[in-house]
Design a protein around this ligand. Structure first.
Ligand SMILES: [Zn+2]
Length: 545
């Protein structure tokens, strides 16, 4: 096998992601199929790698684990982490290994349009910006000075809200009563559409945050910033929603993000008290494994914010968010990893970031991070020194600042270690999957060509086939069903052939089944059992005389 290398040197443009997934699928066609769940708004394929040992059955007949990355445009590290897992699953595959029994669906770049904007320009974009209707007095991002990047502009203004950090004039800090001047306006690099000459500017167009566009507990703006028009209204989100709701074999979903590092678990809104207590325990136990693998703190997503903002009211938490969708709509223990930022690479912890008492304390952490980068010789990688520029509208400004793709993601050498750690977690999480088998098959001849057949359907996995107590109430988890197929000449004597077993508990949850049949003397096969176990896998068992 000629598995493509995955260098951790720079974040990938779409063409590089495309080349990698194609090469991986070509290198191991017996293990990897490249497909698309749809197309992006701008027409890029939404690639999905299906990874399983196809010689032991189709992916949809096996328990499956879904990974998605890069739903947020700038969170490019998620693509690399997802590709790392895809590549490693193939590289580590051995006879008798995991891929014989289960499948992985990997969507490395759910938002190829937004990611392409961020990776090629360093501009900022949450998931999508709608600039189809330009609005007067609005600054739209653009590379004004032709250096190939969209950075920030600072422009002196006695009434400006910003000033240079007295300890490091490269960094801008929010103006307070005692901040020494001069004062500045700070804004993205770009030009102002139909400017009226005032500093009363708006920025960009309407912003969409696709992690607020999932279908559970969705609320429109203004209740939820970035929500979109209706659940799954964004074309890429519709594609992943369709995929998830048409694949009832999923037992786990992991989403990759970047932000100060953390293992995020449900719920997104409400509180832990709203979750079934057994589910909460199981969900937390798996999060502990994630935390052990990654070294990241566990944070319920409703708590992922600055503590200085104070306890937020339940109804101002996240709406239309992935984690509530995953647990409430699917009954799955879903996780999101915040893979980190440059601050984490500089040794600053999530506890320090979220524990800052004032915005000035946070400014100080940024200052420390830049000083660290200077010391590591990484300055040019993460920061662009301010350069004077004559703006056609604003006159004299300076352009420079943090290079957002490096500030907002872990640095590459770190990311390689982080990706290895998240892969380790995924394997451990996958080990919990439901694993159905047909055992204790007993065939007894009872005379006159009649036979009594007994068998047991058992779940050897730790997860029940409904995964969670929440899952037992949802249609998403199909109950286990056994259908019998009788060869020619074999007749069913029992009143019932097919059996609905309901869900099977984790760790040896099982049902004894019994049938009576009549078979001709020359029959060798008495019955075939088709087991539809969905999260535990679908398969056939042959019962011989
Ligand atoms: Zn994110």
């Amino acid at each position: 096998m000629n598995i493509p290398e995955l260098p951790f040197e720079h974040f990938y443009r779409f063409a590089e992601v495309e080349a990698f997934v194609k090469e991986l699928a070509q290198a191991a066609p017996e293990l990897v199929k490249l497909g698309e769940i749809g197309k992006s708004r701008e027409g890029r394929p939404l690639y999905m790698l299906t990874i399983t040992d196809f010689s032991t059955g189709a992916a949809e007949d096996k328990p499956a684990y879904l990974i998605h990355g890069n739903i947020h445009s700038m969170e490019l590290a998620g693509t690399h982490a997802a590709l790392y897992t895809a590549r490693q699953l193939v590289a580590d595959h051995k006879k008798g290994g995991l891929l014989e029994q289960m499948a992985f669906y990997i969507i490395p770049r759910l938002n190829p349009d937004g990611a392409e904007f961020c990776v090629t320009t360093n501009g900022s974009c949450r998931s999508r910006m709608d600039i189809s209707e330009k609005v007067a007095n609005t600054l739209y991002q653009a590379d004004m000075n032709g250096d190939g990047m969209i950075l920030n502009m600072r422009s002196e203004n006695p009434n400006g809200g910003w000033a240079k950090n007295p300890k490091d004039p490269r960094l801008m800090v929010g103006r307070t009563a005692d901040t020494p001047g001069p004062y500045y306006d700070l804004m993205p690099e770009g030009s102002i559409y139909k400017w009226d000459g005032s500093r009363n500017l708006k920025f960009h167009g309407r912003t969409f945050d696709w992690n607020r566009n999932w279908s559970y507990n969705w609320k429109p703006e203004p209740e939820q910033w970035g929500a979109g028009d209706f659940p799954f209204s964004e074309t890429e989100m519709h594609a992943i929603g369709e995929f998830i709701h048409s694949h009832h074999n999923l037992f786990a979903i992991l989403g990759y993000h970047t932000g100060t590092n953390g293992v995020l678990r449900p719920p997104s809104s409400g509180s832990d008290d709203d979750i079934d207590k057994w589910d909460l325990k199981a969900m937390h136990r798996i999060a502990e494994i994630a935390s052990e693998c990654t070294g990241f703190p566990i944070i319920p997503v409703y708590n992922y914010y600055f503590k200085r903002i104070g306890e937020r009211a339940k109804d101002t938490r996240y709406h239309g968010h992935f984690q509530d969708f995953g647990y409430r709509n699917l009954g799955l223990y879903v996780y999101e990893f915040e893979l980190g930022t440059m601050l984490n690479s500089a040794g600053i912890t999530t506890e320090q970031v979220f524990g800052t008492a004032t915005p000035q304390d946070l400014d100080e952490l940024y200052r420390q991070a830049l000083a660290w980068a200077d010391g590591q010789g990484l300055h040019d990688k993460v920061f662009c020194d301010w350069k004077e520029y004559h703006h056609p509208q604003l006159g004299k400004v300076e352009i420079g600042g943090w290079i957002s793709q490096h500030l907002g993601n872990p640095l590459m050498p770190d990311l390689q270690k982080i990706a290895a750690n998240t892969y380790e977690f995924t394997l451990k999480h996958a080990a919990f999957r439901p694993q159905l088998a047909v055992e204790n098959v007993a065939v007894e001849a009872i005379g006159g060509g009649n036979y009594r057949i007994r068998a047991r359907v058992i779940n050897h996995g730790q997860f029940p086939t409904n995964i969670s107590n929440r899952g037992s109430q949802l249609n998403y988890h199909r109950p286990v069903r056994v259908e019998v197929e009788l060869p020619d000449g074999v007749k069913l004597l029992s009143t019932e052939g097919h059996k609905d077993l309901g869900h099977l508990a984790g760790l040896t949850g099982n049902r004894f089944l019994e049938w009576f049949v009549n078979a001709p003397d020359n029959a060798t096969v008495l019955m075939r059992l088709h087991v539809f176990g969905w999260t535990g896998g679908n398969f056939m068992a042959t019962i011989e005389k």
